[in-house]
Design a protein. Structure first.
Length: 450
């Protein structure tokens, strides 16, 4: 049989070239990494309402027997130990709303854990195991080095059956708009990922964490070979913030971006639609100081191609606050390089937080002036402005009338709401009825109360 010719490759990996190589095993890799992949158990107490609660007939004859009683809901996911002191990274949706979190190691031991930080937007959370032990870890890889076709292993606890390892390849990079979180820059893999794998490890062939498994595309609830993982560079930035005892913050540059469509690309004489088109620039912000203006197109950042606003947002978030980014920008038909300072979001205007009371539908709501910093704290887009509902007291009139945290109050009785103090003043004047407009998740809704 003639020898198999060598296949040239740009990466360090090689395809099997003989029967001996085909018989290679992942076992040593699994043995080295699986001890650092854990099960995460989250328990939360919920109030179950009895169908007879509030019924005067049943309460008269049976008293409080039918009052609601709390019950415990539990969820199961996976996690990865990334620091020997017991730092565990997992998905936010695994521990969201949890009153108690426990971590189970591959060897069967269980530990209580506390939530250090969490962010629903990128669906990540960091836990600390309550123990003085030294734990096995998985080193975090540079996910920018991942390439389509790379072999990967997915390790987690699908369906609660126990630690399971599946293999596959990197199917695609920089996947966006998969309906999971707003990080919009996922690694896609065909390694089988199922419910319970959330928060588990996506391991490369060097035994490093290249991603945190987050979601699957499925019509049945089982794996169809389309899974998504948060890139390890985003995980690294998030974990580093937790280690510093800080909340994960995105840099604020004071500009809005949109996708370059084929029509826009043609109008700008671009060879193909790519980049992030500058829509707006805030006065005095970092973007304006860098020379960005509406109509410019950001083509790359620090040497990485920018295919759209999602890619730019990812690069900004993983670079971090306090650094300077180099942007290649298409401006007036010519390409030029600019330097962009990555700063923390400012609190302008001042939040002026106020708890509303009185005989109004807003009684029990805490409102504040929405700034880029407050928007980031509330996990809202930094570009939003207005008066936001920061919190709603349980059982208050505001809750009964349907107000929710993150609602933006746009108008009251036909008058635009400009600040939290103005809203409080408008409410203090009273009236025969109330008509207010709120914005929720980009949609405007009007409610009238007589």
């Amino acid at each position: 049989m003639p020898p198999v010719p060598a296949v040239p490759t740009e990466s360090a990996g090689q395809i099997p070239q003989n029967s001996a190589q085909i018989q290679l095993t992942f076992a040593p890799l699994v043995k080295a990494t699986s001890p650092a992949v854990v099960n995460v158990y989250a328990a939360r107490q919920v109030q179950a309402r009895s169908p007879f609660q509030g019924d005067p007939f049943f309460e008269q004859f049976f008293g409080n027997r039918f009052q609601s009683r709390p019950r415990i809901e539990s969820s199961l996911g996976s996690g990865v130990i990334v620091d020997a002191d017991g730092l565990v990274v997992t998905n936010n949706h695994v521990i969201e709303g949890a009153d108690e979190v426990r971590v189970a190691l591959a060897d069967g031991r269980e530990f209580a854990a506390e939530i250090l930080t969490r962010d629903a937007r990128i669906d990540l959370a960091v836990l600390r195991i309550d123990s003085d032990e030294t734990f096995p870890t998985v080193p975090i890889a540079d996910s920018d080095g991942a390439a389509i076709g790379d072999l990967v292993l997915a390790i987690g606890n699908p369906f609660g059956i126990g630690q399971t390892v599946t293999s596959g390849i990197v199917s695609a990079l920089a996947r966006s708009h998969v309906g999971v979180s707003d990080s919009s820059f996922f690694i896609q893999t065909d390694a089988a990922i199922n419910p319970g794998n959330s928060g588990g490890a996506l391991i490369d062939m060097r035994g490093q964490l290249v991603g945190v498994n987050t979601a699957i595309f499925s019509r049945s609830g089982g794996s169809l070979g389309i899974g998504f993982a948060i890139p390890s560079n985003m995980v690294r930035a998030f974990v580093e913030a937790a280690e510093r005892g800080e909340r994960f913050e995105r840099p604020y540059i004071g500009a809005g971006f949109t996708q370059v469509t084929p029509d826009i690309a043609e109008a700008l004489a671009m060879p193909r639609p790519t980049g992030a088109l500058v829509q707006s620039v805030d006065e005095g912000a970092a973007a304006e100081r860098a020379g960005l203006a509406p109509g410019d197109v950001v083509l790359s950042m620090d040497g990485f191609a920018i295919n759209g606003p999602d890619a730019l947002g990812y690069r900004l978030a993983t670079t971090g606050i306090g650094r300077t980014a180099r942007l290649e920008v298409l401006k007036d038909g010519a390409s030029e390089e600019v330097e962009l300072e990555l700063t923390a979001a400012p609190e302008t205007p001042e939040r002026d937080e106020r708890r509303l009371d009185g005989n109004t539908p807003f009684a029990g709501a805490i409102v504040a002036n929405l700034s880029p910093r407050l928007a980031d704290e509330l996990e809202m887009p930094q570009t939003l402005r207005g008066v936001v509902v920061a919190d709603v007291q349980r059982g208050s009139p505001a809750m009964r009338f349907g107000l929710q945290p993150k609602d933006i109050v746009r108008s009251l009785n036909g008058q635009e709401v400009e600040s939290s103090s103005a809203l409080e003043d408008q409410l203090s004047r009273g009236g025969r009825g109330w008509r207010f407009e709120i914005e929720r998740d980009g949609r405007r809704m009007t409610q009238t109360i007589r």
